[in-house]
Design a protein around this ligand. Structure first.
Ligand code: ATP
Ligand code: LTN
Length: 330
C-alpha cells in the first residue's frame, strides 16, 4: 500500500510565493510516490473574521490555484474541509485528549491573539486540534508544511500517541515534511518576519497569480542592505531571503545561488530572481485563468473529492467511536 500525504492551506488572502515554496511545490513532488489528500481548510480560516461572500469566492479560487500549480485531480483528492463533517466531529473528541497548557504554548495562537486582540475566540485556541483531526482522520504518514507549522505537527503527534497509549493502535503518528530550502520565506518588506498572505502590505508578498510587471516591481522594492555583496551570511536577511527563493525555485542551495551571482550588483541579482519567479509562475497563471471559467469541472472535483475523503474519514471516526465507548449506530 502507498503511504499517505495530507496537507491544507487556509483560504485567507491569496496563495503566496511562501505558501508555494514552503508547501504546494512539495505537494506536487510527493504526488508521484504517495496517495495525496489536499484540503482547502475553510473551517480553520474562520478563526479570524472573514467576509462570507469573499470567503466563498476565495475557496473556489484556492481550489483552482491548487490544480493550476499541478495537483492532479485524477490522482489526488481535493476537497473543502467543511464538506467532510468528520473533521469537526473528530476534533471534538480530540479536544478531550489535549491539554490547555499544550494549546497555550502554541506560538501561532500567541501571534494571532496579538494581531486580533479584539477577537481571541475559542476556535483560535483549539485551532491545532482541528488540524490534528484533519491529519489523523486519514492515517496520514507525511505532512508537507513550512517550518511555521512544525509545532502544530508535533502536537498532532503527541495527541495521536496519547490516544494510542489508551486505546491501542488507532492513529498513524504523522511525520512532518519540511523542505530543506525555502521552509520559511520572509517578507520582502521586512525580511525578519515571515511572508504571510494576510499581510496588509501587498509589497511584502508575491501572489502566485501576480503578473510579470508586479513581480518585477515587488522584487525591485524588496528590502536588502547597503553593502552590495551577494553572499549567504548571517545578518543579510534580505539577500538571504532572495537567495533562498532563487535556490528553492531552481533546486540549488542558497550558497550555490550566491556563487551564480558572485561579483554582480543587486540590480542584476534582483532581475535574475524576478526572471525565475516569472518563468515558474506563468504556466500557473495561464492554467488558473482557464480553470476559473470552468465552474462545472471544478464542482465535479470538489464533490468527488469530498465523497472520497468522507469514505476514509468515516471509517476512522467509527473506529474512534467504538474505542471511546459510544454505542454503535443501528
Ligand atoms: P496567514 O497569513 O493567513 O496566517 P500564511 O501565509 O501564514 O497565512 P498558512 O495558511 O498558515 O499561510 O500556511 C499554508 C502553508 O504554507 C503551511 O504549510 C505553511 O507552513 C506554509 N507557509 C506559510 N507561510 C510560509 C512562508 N513564509 N514560507 C514557507 N512556508 C510557508
Ligand atoms: N494550520 C495550517 C493549515 C492546516 C494544515 C492542516 C496543514 C490546517 N490543517 C493539516 C497541514 C495538515 C497552516 O498552515 N496554518
Amino acid at each position: 500500500m502507498r503511504k499517505r500525504v495530507f496537507s491544507g492551506i487556509q483560504p485567507t488572502g491569496c496563495i503566496t510565493l511562501g505558501n508555494y515554496i514552503g508547501a504546494v511545490k512539495n505537494w506536487i513532488e510527493l504526488q508521484k510516490e504517495y496517495d495525496c489528500i489536499f484540503s482547502v481548510v475553510d473551517m480553520h480560516s474562520i478563526t479570524v473574521r472573514q467576509d462570507p461572500k469573499e470567503l466563498r469566492k476565495r475557496c473556489m479560487q484556492f481550489l483552482c490555484q491548487y490544480i493550476a500549480c499541478g495537483i492532479d485531480p485524477e490522482n489526488s483528492i481535493m476537497f473543502f474541509q467543511s464538506h467532510v463533517p468528520q473533521h469537526a466531529e473528530l476534533s471534538w473528541i480530540l479536544n478531550c485528549y489535549t491539554y490547555m497548557g499544550e494549546l497555550s504554548r502554541m506560538t501561532q495562537f500567541k501571534d494571532k491573539s496579538q494581531k486580533h486582540a479584539e477577537n481571541i475566540n475559542a476556535g483560535l485556541f483549539t485551532y491545532p486540534v482541528l488540524m490534528a483531526a484533519d491529519i489523523l482522520l486519514y492515517k496520514t504518514d507525511l505532512v508537507p508544511v513550512g517550518v511555521d507549522q512544525k509545532q502544530h505537527l508535533e502536537l498532532s503527534r503527541d495527541i495521536a500517541d496519547r490516544f494510542n497509549k489508551v486505546y491501542g493502535d488507532v492513529f498513524t503518528v504523522p511525520e512532518a515534511y519540511i523542505p530543506p530550502v525555502g521552509a520559511r520565506v520572509m517578507s520582502l518588506q521586512d525580511p525578519t518576519s515571515k511572508m504571510s498572505k494576510s499581510d496588509p502590505n501587498p509589497n511584502g508578498y508575491i501572489w502566485i497569480l501576480d503578473d510579470p510587471d508586479t513581480i518585477t516591481r515587488k522584487i525591485k522594492r524588496a528590502v536588502t542592505d547597503s553593502d552590495g555583496v551577494i553572499e549567504y551570511k548571517e545578518g543579510k536577511d534580505g539577500i538571504n531571503n532572495l537567495l533562498s527563493i532563487y535556490g528553492a525555485m531552481t533546486g540549488i542551495t542558497p550558497e550555490d545561488a550566491a556563487k551564480e551571482f558572485e561579483g554582480k550588483g543587486y540590480g542584476d541579482f534582483k532581475a535574475g530572481v524576478s526572471e525565475i519567479i516569472i518563468e515558474t509562475l506563468k504556466p500557473i497563471r495561464d492554467k488558473y485563468n482557464e480553470l476559473i471559467e470552468n465552474k462545472d469541472y471544478i464542482e465535479k472535483i470538489y464533490k468527488e473529492g469530498a465523497e472520497r475523503a468522507s469514505s476514509i474519514a468515516r471509517r476512522t471516526l467509527s473506529k474512534v467511536h467504538r474505542k471511546v465507548g459510544f454505542v454503535d449506530r443501528v
